[in-house]
Ligand binder design. Structure first.
Ligand SMILES: C[S@@+](CC[C@H](N)C(=O)[O-])C[C@H]1O[C@@H](n2cnc3c(N)ncnc32)[C@H](O)[C@@H]1O
Length: 407
């Protein structure tokens, strides 16, 4: 599991990856000492790519003593987002899917070796939830500082609209207790700090941003100038303008031959935002590893006839975990041929709309080229796992910024 490592007094940062999914956060410059996920399909993907099968169980059942055993410096957490999505019931902390996250945070004061750093990812909307309020309260009571961000891959040159909430957390003082414990083989049974332990201050590089929510990546790019940060701290609706400075979408496609020409001006169609409706019953018969032709990803004409009115031209793409399973509101389609007629229904047919392939969605998530799915996973399962995952283009600089605090 060991990757190119950040150094902490000559050692790699030891991290625990909670809600590990397909490992969007595993590709960090640190040593992932354990990953946790309840989903066996996600764990199959993780194992294939990282050579280690995550602990498969409910995070809610972990204890402080078990977490102490890992001696981790950082906890990475991307808990379920359904309690906070606009489409969901917005039950927030009273949604059962939020319980494990709050439970794990509540364990922190009961650990002997609390993490020096935490990293939390969720959907936009989490920042106004009562789960967020509880998280901030728990962290403040345990002497942690936070810096919060809402960032999209569009701000990192990727033509992909996926704004997400991120919270970087650093403990104000950490205690180099592991040295003490290991040297004297002390059994970890009490939560009090031994007075011999050395206290070391931690702080973010740009302390003016402490306890703030930013929409600018400037601090991650080494720019601590508050006037620049404030200038680029833009509201969400101006993010579309960033597309002009993004890489062209062709860079992310695996099928882009001459018969499959992409119209970059109006190349994407959002599948709309209305209520979803099932359409994809035929898919499970397709063997994914035989999907070597683009034809497997073409949108059937019957669907265009039925749902064409719900499709809008978009200049950047997005995907949800229901992509390919439902037609409306689940993600973008690619127009592979320039339309000749202006009439909407006929031009949609002429455009030879197709789905982005799982590899292409992974590319837009900035997953490495050697990332793979096990053969037995269906297309739907691949899209669902990708839809739950993260943009590495956004997460990697955030983690680098976090790890740089205590180096
Ligand atoms: C938003 S996804 C995180 C995806 C991951 N970061 C990635 O890159 O793929 C949430 C993940 O948490 C897992 N999960 C949800 N509740 C859990 C629980 N109580 N215990 C363990 N895993 C859980 C789900 O199976 C899912 O893979």
């Amino acid at each position: 599991m060991e990757k190119d490592m950040c150094k902490n007094d000559g050692e790699a940062w030891r991290v625990l990856e909670f809600y590990s999914g397909i490992g969007g956060m595993a590709d960090v410059s640190a040593q992932v000492v354990e990953a946790f996920d309840i989903n066996d399909k996600a764990n199959d993907v993780y194992e294939l790519n990282f050579g280690h099968r995550p602990y498969q169980g409910n995070i809610q059942n972990l204890t402080a003593a078990e977490l102490d055993m890992y001696g981790a410096h950082a906890w990475l957490l991307s808990p379920p987002c359904q309690p906070y999505t606009r489409q969901g019931l917005q039950k927030q902390s009273s949604d059962a899917r939020a319980f494990s996250f709050l439970k794990i945070l509540e364990l922190i004061p009961h650990t002997v070796k609390p993490p020096h750093m935490l990293f939390v990812e969720n959907v936009v909307g989490f920042e106004t939830s009562d789960t967020h309020a509880k998280m901030i309260e728990i962290l403040a009571n345990s002497d942690y500082l936070t810096q919060e961000f809402i960032l999209s891959p569009l701000q990192f040159g990727v033509p992909y609209s996926r704004p997400r909430y991120f919270c970087l957390v650093a403990i104000i003082y950490f205690v180099c207790m592991h040295v003490y414990l290991e040297r004297f083989s002390v059994k970890v049974t009490c939560i009090h700090l031994p007075w011999q332990a050395k206290r070391k201050p931690l702080s973010f590089r740009c302390q003016l941003l402490n306890n703030q929510l930013l929409r600018s990546p400037s601090p991650l790019l080494g720019n601590d100038d508050m006037t620049v940060i404030t200038k680029h701290d833009q509201p969400d609706d101006s993010w579309d303008k960033l597309l002009e400075s993004c890489d062209p979408v062709e860079r992310f496609l695996e099928f882009s031959n001459s018969g499959d020409q992409v119209n970059t001006e109006t190349g994407f169609l959002s599948t709309g935002t209305a209520a979803v409706d099932d359409f994809g019953a035929a898919e499970e018969t397709v063997e994914v590893d035989r999907c070597v032709s683009i034809d497997h990803f073409l949108v059937p004409l019957s669907l265009i006839e039925r749902w064409g009115s719900a499709m809008d031209s978009k200049r950047c793409c997005c995907f949800t975990k229901s992509y390919y399973q439902y037609v409306k509101g689940t993600g973008s389609l690619l127009a592979t041929v320039q339309p000749k007629n202006k009439g909407k229904a006929s031009s949609l047919k002429e455009q030879h709309l197709r789905y982005f392939t799982p590899r292409e969605v992974a590319n837009l998530h900035s997953f490495p080229g050697d990332f793979q799915f096990p053969h037995h996973l269906s297309l739907r399962q691949r899209y669902a796992l990708l839809g739950n995952s993260l943009s590495i283009a956004v997460v990697a600089p955030l983690l680098q910024y976090l790890f740089a605090q205590a180096g």
